[in-house]
Design a protein around this ligand. Structure first.
Ligand SMILES: Cc1cc2nc3c(=O)[nH]c(=O)nc-3n(C[C@H](O)[C@H](O)[C@H](O)COP(=O)(O)OP(=O)(O)OC[C@H]3O[C@@H](n4cnc5c(N)ncnc54)[C@H](O)[C@@H]3O)c2cc1C
Length: 530
């Protein structure tokens, strides 16, 4: 695509390989990753600029790692604030339990485990960064009105120009529906949301103040069946509270400092309420749902279009970024002919179970915060204090680890019969000898990480398949990781999930897929090391 056309062209081409509906975090992430592979893509959104109202405030180290892959790691560092973890507190502000998070780079991903930020600021960074990739074009002020698939495998996306009027359309090989909770793409493919009978309406209060509130700098989860709440410091001056609304209440009841003061007073200490400036008060209905299917032929759902989670563990946007990370390299490989079309089946197989596990975790925290009666007391006083030993449903991951569950078995996650293997988990991102982190060296390729040396023939075989080779020196972080997983080598996918691991380096060299999704390396401004 024309490198100059990134600033909202007046017309669109008749055909683009990938059209992305929705320029929220999931859509822009998908566009950036595709553009890194040299795949032309067009992003359509009804708004010209990023959605201005704050929603997400927390990203974990895995998401920070994705942001770094997009090319905005340094900017995110400058605009985010590490947090110290999550505390469940009772109505007397006593700590029931605490899950700690370190502000130091984590062993798992190389970034702080808990990062507070402002979503509109992040979205502005993502959009500005996308402009650096000539293969991606963003078109705002258009309302997508239809997504239809023909027998030929092409998808037509119809849209209205909200400024000039008139309907236009564009054809694509693939369409990614990143169009949020009310996704028109989801409706177009006949999918629907289903899930837990969890539905709560909360008021979200964003406040700016120059005053120091002197609170513990993590997420305070107030457990109170009468009125659960959340408090977090988001930046130097921004603070976020969220409270469950009682029957009959609406956000309109809390539009002044005087109205919110009784709710937020426990966190104010000596600070007078008039030192607070209301940025925004709005109500959200939190749901716990996933779409019944995430794909119909060449149309895929990502982000809130595919799953909705209550924000109690700050993982909604995160799931959309993981979707984009999971799907885009597979699409790049299929589009350039190096991967079979069947790999696209693995997207929903891998991502749906993962998203559902994270939703269950959020709902469990929500149950501790809001649950009444003896069950609520049991969760708060017995279950959560033992949280460090609790496993996420269907996984070997504990909530206290701060590491999300591994991916389920698929054609691209080949697990051995013995439990505890590396397949499906994410490989670490240590600093290597050259001072660069693993992600910076491997870029968007597959990699074989091995503690055994390779023959020239094996090296040539891997190189001809487009894979990087990372030798894990004895005693290094990578060596320790392989040993812990009882493996001598691992095939790591471009999204850093382990495809297969084991003791036979020869077998793993043979199993390495050919993947040449990396094109036009000079275009990949977000990457230093391809
Ligand atoms: C109060 C609250 C707190 C949250 N806290 C966190 C948190 O701490 N951490 C976290 O990870 N997540 C959090 N989330 C969730 C997070 O905000 C969302 O999951 C995330 O914004 C979803 O991103 P998305 O790209 O999938 O969808 P969206 O951000 O909703 O973007 C969808 C885009 O599609 C466009 N669109 C829709 N229909 C059309 C159409 N017909 N034509 C053209 N364009 C269209 C929209 O304009 C929009 O730009 C929170 C959410 C809320 C409400």
């Amino acid at each position: 695509m024309n490198a100059q056309s990134n600033d909202a062209p007046a017309s669109v081409p008749e055909f683009v390989p990938v059209v992305i509906v929705g320029a929220g975090p999931a859509g822009i992430t998908a566009a950036t990753l595709l553009a890194q592979y040299g795949i032309d893509c067009l992003v359509l959104d009804r708004h010209e600029t990023a959605y201005p109202l704050p929603r997400a405030v927390h990203a974990d180290d895995e998401i920070y790692r994705i942001l770094a892959r997009l090319g905005i790691g340094d900017e995110f560092a400058a605009h985010s604030r590490p947090g110290l973890g999550l505390r469940l507190i009772d109505t007397d502000m006593r700590v029931l339990t605490e899950i700690e998070r370190s502000p130091q780079p984590s062993a798992a991903h190389g970034f702080p485990q808990m990062n507070m930020f402002d979503q509109p600021e992040l979205e502005a960074m993502l959009r500005a960064n996308l402009k650096r990739y000539p293969h991606a074009v963003m078109r705002g002020n258009v309302e997508v009105t239809g997504v239809t698939q023909s027998q030929t495998g092409r998808v037509r996306v119809s849209f209205l120009d909200r400024v000039r009027g008139g309907e236009q359309s564009v054809q694509a090989n693939y369409v990614l529906g990143c169009d949020g909770a009310n996704s028109p793409t989801r409706a177009a493919i006949g999918a629907h949301m289903y899930g837990l009978p969890f539905q709560q309406t909360w008021v979200v209060i964003d406040v700016d103040t120059d005053a120091e509130l002197n609170q513990w700098e993590g997420c305070h989860q107030l457990c109170n069946p009468q009125r659960a709440g959340t408090y977090m410091r988001v930046s130097d001056t921004r603070h976020r509270w969220e409270f469950r609304l009682l029957d009959g209440e609406t956000a309109a009841d809390y539009q002044t400092i005087a109205a919110i003061e009784p709710l937020v007073r426990p966190w104010l200490g000596d600070t007078p309420a008039d030192a607070l400036k209301l940025v925004r008060v709005t109500a959200y209905t939190f749901r716990a749902q996933v779409a019944n299917r995430w794909r119909d032929r060449n149309v895929f759902l990502l982000g809130d279009a595919a799953h909705l989670t209550p924000p109690f563990v700050g993982q909604g946007m995160a799931a959309g970024l993981r979707d984009a990370m999971n799907l885009t390299w597979k699409l790049a490989g299929v589009l350039d002919g190096t991967l079979p079309e069947t790999v696209l089946d693995t997207y929903e197989q891998e991502r749906k179970a993962h998203a559902a596990a994270m939703i269950l975790m959020a709902v469990s925290v929500g149950a501790a915060m809001t649950g009444g009666g003896r069950l609520g007391d049991l969760i708060r006083h017995v279950v959560f204090p033992r949280m460090h030993n609790l496993r996420l449903p269907g996984t070997r991951t504990s909530a206290a680890d701060g590491v999300t569950p591994g991916l389920h078995r698929s054609a691209l996650v080949i697990k051995s019969r013995s439990p505890g293997g590396l397949a499906g988990t994410l490989c670490p991102n240590p600093v290597l000898n050259e001072g660069l982190r693993l992600d910076e060296v491997v870029g968007n390729r597959f990699a074989l990480i091995t503690s055994s040396s390779l023959t020239d023939a094996q090296r040539n075989q891997l190189s001809s398949r487009g894979a990087a080779v990372m030798l894990a020196a004895p005693g290094s972080d990578l060596d320790g990781w392989l040993r812990k997983g009882r493996a001598s080598a691992a095939i790591v996918r471009p999204d850093r999930a382990v495809m297969q691991a084991g003791r036979s380096v020869e077998a793993l060299c043979r199993a390495m897929p050919a993947f040449h999704g990396v094109k036009g390396a000079s275009d990949q401004v977000g990457h230093r090391s391809m």
